[in-house]
Design a protein around this ligand. Structure first.
Ligand code: HEM
Length: 457
């Protein structure tokens, strides 16, 4: 088959080899092997099938992935362009829509509409007091380690990174402790492309809509209240969808980053001793972990604005392209060319949709690793566990478990007596005076009005 003129819509699904079925966004085996096999077979971009009759392009070349996220004139973030939706080949209720569906969230918007919501989210995230965030994460991390079995085994995902990161998001977003596990489980289903991902997304949105209404009436020291108070005058629906984008892009990825950094420190004794000896910092290792395995394996979609020939393939207007960060970061063109110092990895994304919360994510992840480095000695991989694992998905590179063994735990610092039950990482904004629905007359809102009215937003 001539790769240079292939289109996912014309590709028959071969019984073996060629077009790979990633149905529902699930990956059949070790994702790296799948990406490498696809790269060998197709080169920089490969046609894949996400559901029967629903094609997509997996973009694995570094340059090509960069082009897709940078070139907004050619590639849109707005799923309303998706030809599989327009042509009706994607069934309503498909689990793919939990991640790739159209919605008024900043990560699903283009141009002026995106800039308006992006500015609100960026300015709000920049309002987080990172010193206080690190302090809250450190205290919680110490408490988690204190609760471990003193004889030297633990699971760094289920007993550490997972509860720690969701604690941090509870503080940042301002949801109650009683909701923490349920919200984490819903996001796990969505990112894991589980069979019930669509139901999980609907439940998450109901929960966030309720939270936004509560914060409208009683603002708190959190991102939700500050988003409502922002001068962009986002509607309550927009705030709820932006919170979902924050939780979806930030939660599992930060858990994956912490566990990836610890894995690297355990696998490479030289790096471990360089950190212990002060020749490298936790920050250096965390950055290296982002090169080796992006904790967001694939960016959840861009859509071609027009027909074009891209990387030698005929891409139709409305085709879905998925920049594969794991494959792009390990593209030999950049990885082997001694280029690591000069080029950036793509794990934070780039361009106008690049991650706006790098410093907050770094504060959480580096504090988490730092506490482990101080409290545990001689950390090494533990016995393989037999727990049932989620199937790898396109949207999450986070392992379900990371068992470790270590020499007895070093004592932690005595917790200060005056630690508040809910630590605040920002101030409390004033209650918004005017009804949020007043914003519906803005030009950006008018553009969404037709869609909102169909969906009851
Ligand atoms: C506190 C933790 C985090 C928060 C609050 C957060 C928030 C966000 C938000 C709101 C966006 C959408 C930006 C837009 O579309 O304009 C985004 C994008 C992104 N984030 Fe983060 N993030 C966090 C952690 C991370 C981590 C740990 C990684 C991976 C190392 C990551 C990688 C990305 C990537 C790759 C994108 C770009 C997606 C795209 O181009 O469509 N984020 N993040």
């Amino acid at each position: 088959m001539d790769q240079s003129s292939q289109s996912p819509h014309e590709c028959p699904v071969p019984a073996h080899g060629g077009l790979v079925q990633l149905h529902g966004g699930l990956l059949p085996q070790d994702p790296r092997h799948v990406y490498e096999a696809l790269r060998r077979r197709w080169g920089a971009i490969a046609p894949v099938e996400l559901a029967p009759g629903v094609g997509a392009w997996l973009v694995m070349g570094y340059q090509e992935a960069l082009e897709v996220v940078w070139n907004e004139r050619a590639f849109s973030s707005d799923a309303r362009r998706w030809n599989s939706i327009i042509e009706g080949s994607l069934p309503e209720g498909s689990r793919l829509l939990a991640v790739l569906g159209r919605r008024p969230a900043l990560n699903r918007l283009d141009d002026q509409a995106h800039r308006r919501q992006r500015q609100a989210v960026t300015e709000t995230v920049n309002g987080v007091d990172l010193r206080r965030l690190r302090g809250a994460v450190r205290r919680q991390a110490e408490t988690l380690v204190d609760g471990w079995d003193m004889n030297g085994t633990a699971d760094l995902v289920t007993q550490y990174a997972h509860p720690l990161v969701w604690f941090a998001f509870r503080v940042l977003i301002g949801f109650p402790e009683s909701e923490e596990r349920r919200i984490a489980a819903l996001l796990g289903s969505i990112a894991g492309a589980a069979h019930d991902a669509a139901r999980a997304e609907a439940e998450l949105m109901r929960t966030l809509h309720r939270l936004v209404a509560q914060k409208r009436d009683a603002p708190g020291p959190d991102l939700t209240s500050w988003l409502l108070a922002h001068s962009a005058r986002l509607t309550e629906a927009e705030v709820a969808h932006d919170l979902a984008a924050i939780l979806f892009t930030g939660g599992e990825s930060t858990i994956g980053w912490i566990s990836g950094t610890m894995r690297l420190l355990m696998d490479d004794a030289r790096l471990n001793s360089a950190v212990a000896g002060g020749r490298m910092t936790v920050s250096d290792i965390a950055d290296r972990a982002l090169w080796d395995g992006s904790s967001i394996p694939n960016i959840a979609g861009r859509w071609a604005r027009n027909d074009l020939v891209f990387a030698g393939c005929e891409v139709r207007a409305g085709d879905l392209l998925i920049p594969c960060l794991t494959a792009a970061n390990t593209d030999l063109l950049v990885h082997d060319a001694g280029d690591l110092g000069r080029r950036a990895h793509l794990s934070w994304g780039t361009g106008s949709h690049g991650c706006p919360a790098k410093e907050a994510a770094r504060s959480i992840a580096e504090t988490a690793v730092d506490v482990l480095m101080r409290r545990l000695r001689l950390v090494r991989p533990g016995d393989r566990d037999t727990a049932v694992r989620r199937q790898p998905s396109l949207w999450s590179g986070t392992p379900d478990t990371l068992p470790v063994a270590f020499a007895p735990i070093r004592p932690g610092p005595n917790a200060p007596a005056d630690v508040p039950a809910i630590p605040a990482v920002m101030g409390v904004p004033e209650k918004r005076q005017q009804d949020a629905r007043a914003a519906d007359s803005s030009p950006a809102q008018q553009a969404w009005a037709w869609w909102n009215s169909m969906n009851g937003w």
